[in-house]
Design a protein around this ligand. Structure first.
Ligand SMILES: NC(=O)c1ccc[n+]([C@@H]2O[C@H](COP(=O)([O-])OP(=O)(O)OC[C@H]3O[C@@H](n4cnc5c(N)ncnc54)[C@H](OP(=O)(O)O)[C@@H]3O)[C@@H](O)[C@H]2O)c1
Length: 267
């Protein structure tokens, strides 16, 4: 009750849509669950965790990481771009949410094409559900925003801090992706200990900035769905970063013990 009344100060009222309300609960719960499973050694199958749990799987269809990641991010990017046509200008807040989501996924597609240097593959049966979840969450976030049309604005406006947070998030995320890409020469597939930026403090600074970027989008949006998705994403990336730190500790004897997973000095 107290949480409901406090949140009503900075969040639009619940949407008149059973679908969006259900999606808020589903997105949060499913992301938090897969984050928890990451800490228990059950990983989403891509990047350095591909192959870990695959002994029992029979010849899954594999896509190169580049193709797999394009499959993962392109539908969400198209959902963002299509929103400008489906929901033409509905006010500054909605326009910024549409722009931020579209820019976020455009950046991810561009990084897949021009920045990341991948070493492996993504099984098709992992890429499809991940792609679907990004597409559905992006579409739901945009639709939830559309449903705020005509509602009174929340008493506290978080739009402008949200824009700043989003820009810090997207900038920091890109910078650490760039540093990761410098660890490998063209055509090389080995893993090295990352350096530079915040890598001296946490092993997944790119996840930390991804989370900040999504809090930025939630602050701009101020819908229950955006906050639920972002909270779920926080749990997922916390779980994945804990698993990543464990992976580095097992692979590199020289990995510094004081480098945390995702929050400097804390976690
Ligand atoms: N919103 C969400 O829920 C969510 C979830 C996951 C990811 N993301 C986004 O996707 C981005 C990338 O995520 P990710 O999980 O793919 O990150 P990642 O596993 O750290 O990989 C990123 C890139 O860096 C390479 N790399 C990683 N560690 C390396 C090392 N020690 N030495 C050399 N190369 C290394 C990877 O190559 P390999 O592929 O060969 O390992 C890959 O090309 C995130 O930062 C975030 O922006 C978002």
């Amino acid at each position: 009750m107290v949480i409901m009344s406090v949140s009503s100060i900075f969040v639009f009222p619940p949407p008149p849509s059973l679908l969006v309300s259900a999606m808020s609960a589903i997105s949060f719960a499913s992301l938090a669950l897969i984050g928890f499973l990451e800490t228990k050694g059950k990983h989403l199958q891509y990047s350095k965790f591909w192959n870990n749990n695959n002994r029992r799987r029979k010849r899954p269809i594999r896509l190169s990481s580049k193709v797999g990641m394009l499959l993962i991010y392109t539908p969400a990017f198209l959902a963002g771009a299509a929103s400008f046509w489906m929901f033409p200008y509905e006010g500054f807040r909605s326009f910024v949410v549409q722009s931020a989501l579209t820019l976020h996924f455009f950046k991810r597609v561009s990084e897949v094409l021009f920045v990341h240097k991948y070493s492996g593959s993504v099984p098709l049966d992992s890429a499809i559900p991940i792609s679907l979840s990004y597409f559905l969450s992006t579409a739901t976030m945009l639709y939830a925003q559309h449903l705020t049309l005509g509602l009174p604005e929340p008493p506290i406006d978080l739009k402008y801090p949200g824009i700043v947070l989003f820009l810090i998030g997207i900038g920091g995320n890109f910078y650490h992706h760039y540093l990761l890409s410098k660890l490998r020469g063209n055509g090389r597939k080995e893993y090295n200990i990352p350096e530079g930026g915040l890598f001296g403090l946490v092993i997944c600074p790119h996840y930390l900035f991804e989370i900040l970027g999504f809090y930025g989008i939630s602050f701009i949006s101020q819908t229950i769905y955006a906050f639920s998705f972002t909270l779920g994403t926080t749990f997922y990336l916390f779980g994945r970063s804990i698993a990543t730190r464990r992976w580095y500790l097992s692979k590199f004897e020289k990995f510094p013990q004081d480098v945390k997973a995702i929050i400097p000095f804390i976690l």
